[in-house]
Write a protein that binds this ligand. Structure first.
Ligand code: AOF
Ligand code: ZN
Length: 358
């Protein structure tokens, strides 16, 4: 199952709206088939592994990180494929909450006389597909907030200088994290100020996460890096629906996908933004700031994971804080995160925190 989990993770960032499942077929201590959900979400992991195993799957043990599907999509259900292959037993890490499956995959297998065991490495499977579960059960993507800051939590000097606070090894880690997410998300201020491309570079991979910009009035540079590349790598703009019609059409012509979102006061409602992104199919969103968007997500308790890169440099109180004002009454009102991992990356420290409720 550990191998199936690591195979499944290969698909992260590429299988949305589907989960990134892994599957291993074993008989007499030998691995006969390995599969993972293919880019775009199909074929599913089990059919990949079954194709590899061929007739040898007869009587074999199947380890799969998510309950095999029970519904007819573009191909017949995986549960049926496993039955047809006459496998000996199926070990499932966790149930598939998709209403079209939701226990029915296991039921089909059991009804055909195939023993099914549940819950092996379940916590790992839930974490690996946290995006799929968030979208299916909470109708929003799993949100990771990344902050690359100075020792004192600043992301730029008073003059706006921000390149580079953390070093090349940390930046490489950020590119790897981008590749494992369905989308990278920033606020309009960051798009205007930094003109980022938000693409994955230097890793030799051949796919790109979508780029999401949250900007009520579509106030994003029309000659900027995002505009120039919108035809090659998707740009999704979450806007207030009350923006300039010409601007809207211009972005459409540039190839951007426009998602009108609800307002909360004068700002875009961060929950509705995430819900619209989930409707669009996104399951894992990697937010890279700026401080206003970060604050609105934290304030609404919509951040599931924090990834911090902290450099050994102090910028001081005049610098730009990583997270804008939260208007907290008491410390107890601040969403608190639990430390998940911490390690040195080049000259910096990377720390990963998980929301306690997840
Ligand atoms: C599996 N193995 O590798 C994956 C599964 O649109 P479809 O027909 O591809 O179905 C998508 C649903 O299939 C998805 O919501 C989830 O329930 C399941 N994904 N199932 O048995 C896989 N990716
Ligand atoms: Zn399937």
């Amino acid at each position: 199952m550990a191998l199936a989990l690591s195979l499944g993770r290969r698909g992260l960032g590429r299988t949305w709206p589907n989960p990134a499942v892994g599957c291993v077929i074993v008989k007499d201590g030998r691995i006969l088939g390995r599969g993972w959900t293919q880019p775009g979400g199909r074929p599913h992991a089990e059919t990949q592994a079954l194709t590899q195993a061929g007739d040898a799957a007869d009587g074999a043990d199947v380890y799969v990180t998510l309950e095999p599907c029970a519904h007819h999509g573009k191909t017949p259900p995986c549960a049926q494929a496993l039955i047809d292959a006459n496998v000996g037993a199926v070990h499932v890490a966790t149930l598939d909450p998709d209403p079209r499956v939701n226990g029915q995959g296991c039921e089909m297998l059991r009804a055909a006389g195939i023993p099914v065991s549940m819950g092996l490495l379940e916590a790992e499977a839930l974490a690996a597909n946290a995006g799929f579960f968030a979208r299916t059960q909470r109708e929003r993507p799993f949100v990771t907030l990344k902050l690359a800051s100075s020792f004192d939590g600043r992301i730029a000097t008073a003059t706006g200088e921000s390149q580079w606070i953390t070093g090349p090894a940390a930046r490489r880690q950020v590119h790897m994290a981008r590749a494992r997410h369905d989308a990278v998300m920033i606020g309009g201020g960051t798009a205007r100020h930094d003109d980022p491309s938000l693409t994955v570079r230097g890793l030799g991979i051949d796919w790109q996460p979508a780029r999401v910009v949250v900007s009520r009035r579509l106030d994003i540079p029309l000659m900027g890096a995002l505009a120039r590349s919108a035809k090659d790598v998707p740009v999704v703009i979450c806007h207030g629906g009350d923006g300039d019609a010409v601007l809207l059409r211009t972005w459409q012509d540039l190839g951007a996908i426009l998602l009108p979102c609800a307002l909360k006061g004068a700002q875009l409602d961060p929950l509705d933004v995430l819900q619209q992104l989930a409707k669009h199919g996104l399951t894992r969103v990697f937010c890279e700031g700026g401080s206003a968007l970060a604050a609105s997500l934290i304030e609404a308790d919509l951040v599931d994971e924090l990834v911090g890169f902290t450099a050994g440099v102090a910028i001081g109180a005049e610098g730009l804080p990583a997270i804008g004002a939260l208007g907290l009454g008491q410390l107890g009102d601040a969403p608190r995160f639990e430390l998940d991992a911490c390690r040195a990356i080049g000259a910096d420290i990377m720390h990963v925190w998980r929301r306690q409720s997840i």
